[in-house]
Ligand binder design. Sequence first.
Ligand SMILES: [Zn+2]
Ligand SMILES: [Zn+2]
Length: 580
Amino acid sequence: MEQQLHNKRHTLAHLLAAAVVEQYPHAKLTLGPAIDNGFYYDIDFSGGESPKEEDLKSIQKGMKKLVNKWTEFTHEEVTAEQARAKFAGNQFKLELIDEIETKGEAITLYTAGGFTDLCRGGHCENPKADLAMDAFKLDKIAGAYWRGDEKNPMLTRIYGLAFETKEELVAYEFQIAEAKKRDHRKIAKEQGLLVFSDLVGSGMPMWTPKGNIIRNAVINYSRELNDRLGFGEVHTPNLNKAELFKCSGHYDQYKDDMMSVSSQYVKDEMFLKPMNCPQHTQIYAAEPRSYKDLPIRYADFANLYRDERPGELSGLTRLRAFAQDDGHVFCREAQVEVELMAILEIIKEALARYGVSYWIRLSLHDPENREKYLGDDASWEHSEGELREVIKKADIEYKEVTGEAAFYGPKLDIMAVDALGREWQISTIQVDRVQPERFDLTCVNEKGEQERVVMIHRALIGSPDRFIGILIEHYAGNFPLWLAPEQIAVIPVAEVHNDYAQNVHEQLKTAGFRSSVDTSSDSMGKKVRQAKKNRLPYFLIIGDTDVAAGTVTLESRDTGESVAMSITDLLVKLAAEASV
Ligand SMILES: [Zn+2]
Ligand SMILES: [Zn+2]
């Protein structure tokens, strides 16, 4: 967050506190930071009445009135004793004062408009002049434990939204409202795409036949792209001995995120795999490789498992069980660039087909935090420079971010941008010289010597499961023809048109389309409403004219247009659209 906006948001938190104390004199203030979309303040109202959502308006009014007297912030450094006297009776502030004192840091009080709070600073110099009072809004009330610990008292958290301008606030609120409408959990339920069950466990989706049509379409498209890139698909088990992860380094670096499993027959420590890479090294290492065989490329759609905090699981956004359109390339140094370019080109093509825009994050290691990473400085510099070169050559928008690298190498993270402008990290490309070293992966070169190979990790759209969650929101549930689980419904106007409708439906099915025909006794209006509710890309209305002329009337979900055409023209049109 930009410092200036951060300061405005934090200043508003002070102002909120001042307005609350004025209206609720028993309120005990605790902490009030700036956050990504505004600010909040955690307040203890246990000494009396606490505000409800409908009281936010009056608090907000209070803030707008108070700000007129807030023309400057002054601050003074005080002793712990002075601070304790000032906040006597507020056990939360007293705890903070003790902490600051223990750390030996300065204790500062900030005052504006006669309201003083314990704070480290970071405010507007002149709140009255600097704050756009129409660019913020008290948003909601939630419960929050003091310092996030459930053993502590529950406080009341008042959230505010705050931006530089009113227009930005309005745009943000629109985006939130739109995101709510597009919530993939809601749409997936309405359309019957997937099921979560308490008996199965959270974060483990089960795809229904309808949802699995979409899932298979996504996976099969990745298969098609893999094929073009020269990847051979392998199939690997979900379970491994811990030794594999000890060798790869995951055991030391990643153990807490893996789910452990035990056997009643053998003592081996085992884990459900969180990624496929170590197994693929074993397929590569199963026989001697010649430089002539390289690059060798494996693709894998195996399910992966990661231990996640239950509170962080949400729909398809974060899962404990999911697949990836994963793949690994084993190649020589001189082949790395060509491989990377080919992968970037295919990702470009794939995301264009999904209609999703994106940029690339070049994720680098953090030299300040060296112990988090395997390998030496020289190999890190080499790998990072290499990725930078390739991405420049591929001419894709990118940003460099320190500290986001994997523990064994830098990454190119593909950041998808959805219809609402939200960013999602979907997949990753990595050049890895650490795993080949740890697993001793080589090929025999032209001179007959063992030569160390390089391993490239890559996914295209990442996890199909998670990606479909993004797509549902991106399309607002209106899947394009090639992904739609139900593509077209044939609706006869009256019973006399049923035979003809049935015949059209069969021709569509034969041509490979997911078609249905509704010959029930329901009214045509009801049938059309049903097709629209299920977000079918198309439906056909069959009436007298169609039967007489051997045509159909095609109505489009997206344009709302209806057009009469021959069955042959219909099949050509749909085939063209489905293969785009
Ligand atoms: Zn402050
Ligand atoms: Zn990998």
